[in-house]
Design a protein around this ligand. Structure first.
Ligand code: F3S
Length: 392
């Protein structure tokens, strides 16, 4: 692989062992993937920072990077941790707060932005054509498919290595030759479009190659749910969205065409809850402020939640800070708002019989973990279900 003089010096340890180690991870991965050079990244987003996922070995690793002089050489944001940074949530378990604080302290001292969210594009929307190094599969899919930037689906260590060096390998989706849509997926039925979580699960399970989806809608709220689900159930880092993905970012060479029908996605929607305790969940991926305010309006209009029904909403820390009074009002109505975390990277303090959500990704990870029946619907459907209103 060709390296510039500066990159060679980094690899040879002239910038310290942390940078050398990070550079060697990038170079070795790049060589394995056939990369011939490195490119500068504009933004690194580091996932795998939740103590409940990485435990003591991960904590020690992050700490050692700080003590070894590791510093962010590029704008770097971090994914959710395992604690609620608002301090108000009753449903997110806070027992690991001390350990998470050690990780967070190390990340912040290395110069990473403590945004604790899986929607880093809320803080810094990527520019078209930019090279990124992002962990967090849902954000990767949004960066590529919506913004027309390019990032591979990095594991935590690779995104971290790019944060510490400012570079990534030029291979995978950075190479336009690999951004070729091969399956044309037509969405004509509004019921399919209206359940983006289920559509995303279907895409991930059923379509192996890069799809071009026609008719999935244009709204970022639904698209990020669909992309998160398809990245979880499959491995899609890029879903070309007709009318959304910038032209010139991808090419097409179709080997298959398919129209997705309601029957195809219905098998992923689960069962509407009858009796028993119900957890409604919105915010996977985290909500933008305007999404949060729409949910707020819908909840306030309906009032206090019925007994044995809870609604959990997860949002970025900054959205909590901006909308503190709305969060307090929601709490009085029985809604639990957690900031900078989510139930997948943390633990819940209680069990429920039913999980009702708009997120296919949450269903993918949580339905088995919580041993709950699930019902996958759209945002309004979740609110209606937790208030015991009939679907319609
Ligand atoms: Fe975000 Fe957690 Fe879902 S990190 S995408 S809310 S699983």
């Amino acid at each position: 692989m060709y390296l510039t003089r500066e990159q060679e010096r980094m690899l040879n340890g002239e910038f310290g062992w942390v940078v050398a180690k990070a550079m060697s991870i990038i170079v070795k991965t790049g060589e394995a993937l056939g990369a011939t050079k490195l490119v500068e990244v504009a933004h690194a987003h580091v996932s795998g920072v939740s103590y409940s996922n990485i435990l003591d070995p991960g904590l020690e690793f992050v700490r050692s990077l700080l003590l070894g002089g590791g510093r962010a050489r590029v704008y770097t944001t971090v994914n959710p941790g395992c604690v609620d940074y608002s301090g108000l949530s009753e449903l997110i378990d806070g027992s690991y707060a001390g350990k998470q604080a050690v990780i967070d302290d190390s990340l912040i001292k290395m110069g990473f932005k403590p945004v604790f969210t899986c929607i880093p594009y809320y803080h810094r929307p990527p520019a078209q054509g930019e090279f990124l190094a992002w962990g967090e599969s849902s954000a990767v899919a949004v960066a590529n498919s919506v913004f027309g930037a390019s990032t591979n689906r990095e594991g935590g260590p690779l995104a971290l290595a790019s944060a510490l060096t400012g570079f990534t390998y030029y291979a995978g989706l950075h190479d336009p030759g690999n951004r070729v849509a091969r399956v044309l997926v037509d969405v004509k039925d509004p019921r399919v479009r209206g359940n983006p979580g289920a559509l995303g699960l279907w895409l991930g399970y059923r379509v192996r190659e890069i799809p071009l989806v026609r008719g999935a809608g244009q709204g970022l709220a639904d698209l990020k749910i669909m992309l998160a689900a398809s990245a979880a159930s499959g491995s899609h880092a890029l879903v070309v969205l007709e009318g959304v993905t910038p032209r010139g970012f991808y090419s097409t060479d179709f080997v298959d065409r398919v129209e997705v029908e309601w029957d195809d996605v219905e098998e992923y929607t689960g069962v509407e809850p009858g009796g028993g305790s119900v957890l409604g969940y919105l915010g996977c991926p985290h909500l933008y402020p305007w999404e949060f305010l729409e949910v707020y309006r819908q909840v306030v209009k309906r009032g206090v939640l019925p007994r044995d029904r809870r609604l959990l909403i997860t949002i970025p820390v900054e959205v909590f800070e901006k909308h503190y009074s709305e969060v307090l009002r929601l709490r009085r109505l029985g809604v639990d708002v957690a900031a900078g975390t989510c139930p997948v990277v943390s633990r819940l303090t209680r069990v429920f019989d039913h999980l009702v959500t708009n997120s296919g990704k949450a269903v993918f990870y949580l339905s088995k973990q919580l041993k709950a029946n699930y019902y996958l619907t759209n945002t309004l459907g979740v609110i209606r279900a937790v208030y015991g209103e009939r679907a319609g």
